[in-house]
Write a protein that binds this ligand. Sequence first.
Ligand code: CDP
Length: 217
Amino acid sequence: MIAVSQSAENSFTVAIDGPAAAGKGTIGRAVAAHFGFAHLDTGLLYRAVGRRVLAGEEAVAAARALEPSDMAEPEALRTAAIAGAASEVAVIPEVRAALVEFQRAFARRAGGAVLDGRDIGTVICPEAEVKLFVTASAEVRAERRCRELQAAGHATDLATVLDEVRARDARDAGRSTAPMRAAEDAVLLDTSEMSVEAAVAAAIGVVSAAREGGRGR
Ligand code: CDP
């Protein structure tokens, strides 16, 4: 009880959800840096479970055994194979349940937190002070992800990445536990025709407005 009220004091949660490669991570990192908040890319948790499963572990046991060292090298988790495995383990309710407590504690830490994922505004932090749903057309998202993967040295092409992104979105939106969807009170940010700078500025504007509005409560 005491630990909860201590960490809830001075907490401020920004929940960012949206489909694959929408720019949630870039926006989340920039918002966190701007306001001095901590940032958690929750996709890394599912990717780390996915990597353990690809290595032969059972999914629920892998989620329960997750340690900080699993996420120590995020770049190693950003492959198409691990992304696919992540979205397959993410449909399993017990996998999701094993990751809830860590995410909620992170969200309520003192000093503010930004979490990005698929179910942050709907399931993990329905009480978040700010909720953003960041999206873009599948074609634009696939182009961005294709460039990122190629820059990281992965051999791939646009048609393959577009197929992967669409398959993952369908699985993430169609699962019965914590499906990807915008919370009713989320602000929608379609970045299809926006530069990174414009998208970040828009997100910072939404957070600033909420902080102003919340003063004196
Ligand atoms: O970076 P990208 O948007 O492509 O994916 P990610 O955020 O790293 O998430 C990888 C996969 O993990 C997603 O396709 C989801 O299946 C799953 N995930 C989830 O179910 N819930 C979250 N809060 C975050 C990720």
